[in-house]
Design a protein around this ligand. Structure first.
Ligand code: PMP
Length: 441
């Protein structure tokens, strides 16, 4: 399917400069603070292909930042949303509850790697779910303080931003952030930080900054997303579980980016066998409709008093219908298996790129399943990363017709996030474009 599925709607004559015209309007109408990775305005999309307003086709290795594990416009998901559209679009769960919310909570409770029995509450965005997970742990423990990792990303609202472990560009100019947050070291081998050093950094926080009996929660991404697709080693997750149990601290797993088959398991935490107290999900949960969830141990989840949690749009019925269909699609199309298959394919292509002298030097190929990252290196045979090296490759990929995202604290990383429903031929085509984008300057 190479021609745009909605070609008839477009007017080819004016197509050529349409992106430019829209960019000019955007600059006048929208503040620069919300930056876009590309200059492209999307017109329509199907599965792993996107067409812009000039009819140009792109392969999508970004999935709307990990939202489209089930691809663009999956027919099963569209049909479920359309059915819900005909019934009602909004009610506010706090006014009149509705069955799709309950059905989704039941399904998440059954599959989330949390210490059961579990309960689930729904919200709209990842940041909102992160903040509510914190509220729940504070209510349950009667404590305030929080521990998060460097390189972490937990969102852009003031408390979520305080948990996020990267200053530029996220924190610049935004003044004092919410909450009492302490920063632990995230273990990355080639940064010289071991699991032992990471756990020691938490014990040091207990010694020098806050006693453990004042800490409500430790929050961690089982694979750091924006921070560079670095998996948290199993030994770290086990160590955190132990520390949390010793001191009565809640362990929050932020699976906003890792969830729903992306890593070759339904949730990335399952790779370690560790269970969280609370699991935060969003992004691919509802295949493109805004929905997030906190799933956690029922005793903790019931700590806030009635009325203490909620939100006007939280758990939108349209998004619930979509999410139920997403879970069906993951099962019926064996997307967990597909994440492994497509991930292995991409990993072996990247390994071959790493040996090529005609391509920009790359290394540190990492990740789980189809959540794969790698770094641009400063030179061949060195472990040193090329700071800011990802931007040129990403831009070249966009020019070649591949939507690609960078990651990592030093602009050194590139992440692959193709839909798990992508046909193998499309993934191959995207990897061919990536190979061309890596061709030396
Ligand atoms: N947590 C993680 C791990 C994320 O990757 C993100 C978004 N990139 C968020 C939280 C915040 O989600 P949202 O943008 O929906 O608020």
């Amino acid at each position: 399917m190479h021609s745009t599925p909605l070609a008839a709607r477009l007017e080819p004559a004016a197509a050529a400069d349409r992106n430019q015209l829209l960019n000019a309007r955007r600059e006048r109408a929208v503040p620069r603070g919300v930056a876009s990775a590309t200059q492209v305005f999307i017109d329509c999309a199907r599965n792993a292909e996107v067409w812009d307003v000039t009819h140009r086709r792109f392969i999508d290795f970004a999935s709307g930042i990990a939202v489209l594990n089930t691809g663009h416009c999956h027919p099963t998901i569209l049909a479920a949303v359309e059915r819900q559209l005909q019934r009602f679009t909004h009610a506010a769960f706090q006014v009149t509850a509705y069955e799709p919310y309950i059905a989704l909570a039941e399904r998440l409770n059954a599959i989330a790697p949390v210490r059961g029995p579990a309960k689930t509450i729904l919200f709209s965005t990842g940041a909102e779910a992160v903040e509510n997970a914190v509220k729940i742990t504070r209510a349950a423990t009667g404590r305030d303080a929080l521990i998060a990792f460097n390189g972490a990303f937990h969102g852009r609202t003031l408390l979520a931003l305080a948990l996020t472990g990267k200053t530029a560009p996220y924190k610049h100019g935004f003044g004092r952030l919410g909450g009492e947050v302490y920063r632990a070291q995230f273990p990355i081998e080639h940064h010289g930080i071991s699991v032992d050093a990471s756990l020691a950094s938490i014990r040091q926080i207990f010694l020098s900054d806050v006693p453990p009996e004042r800490v409500a929660a430790i929050i961690i991404e089982p694979v750091q997303g924006e921070g560079g697709f670095h998996p948290a080693p199993t030994a770290l997750l086990q160590g955190l579980r132990e520390l949390c149990d010793t001191h009565g601290i809640a362990l929050i797993a932020d699976e906003v980016q890792t969830g729903f088959a992306r890593t070759g398991r339904m949730f990335a935490l399952e790779h370690s066998g560790v269970q969280a107290d609370l699991l935060v999900t969003a992004k691919s949960l509802a295949g493109g409709l805004p929905l997030s969830a906190v799933t956690g141990n029922a005793a903790l989840m019931d700590a806030p008093a009635p009325g203490g949690l909620g939100g006007t749009y939280a758990g939108s019925p349209l998004a619930c219908a979509a999410a139920l269909a997403v879970l069906d699609v993951i099962e019926h199309e064996s997307l967990i298996e597909r994440a492994k298959l497509l991930g292995d394919k991409a990993r072996s292509r990247l390994a071959s790129f790493a040996t090529r002298t005609d391509l920009a030097p790359i290394g540190h190929i990492r990740g789980l399943g189809s959540m794969i990252g790698f770094d641009l290196l400063a030179g061949r045979g060195t472990d040193e990363v090329r700071q800011g090296g990802a931007a040129a490759v990403v831009q070249r990929a966009h020019r070649l017709g591949l939507l690609l995202l960078s990651c990592g604290g030093r602009g050194e990383g590139i992440r692959l996030l193709f839909p798990l429903t992508a046909p193998e031929s499309i993934v191959d085509e995207g990897l061919d474009l990536l190979e061309r984008a890596l061709q030396a300057d």
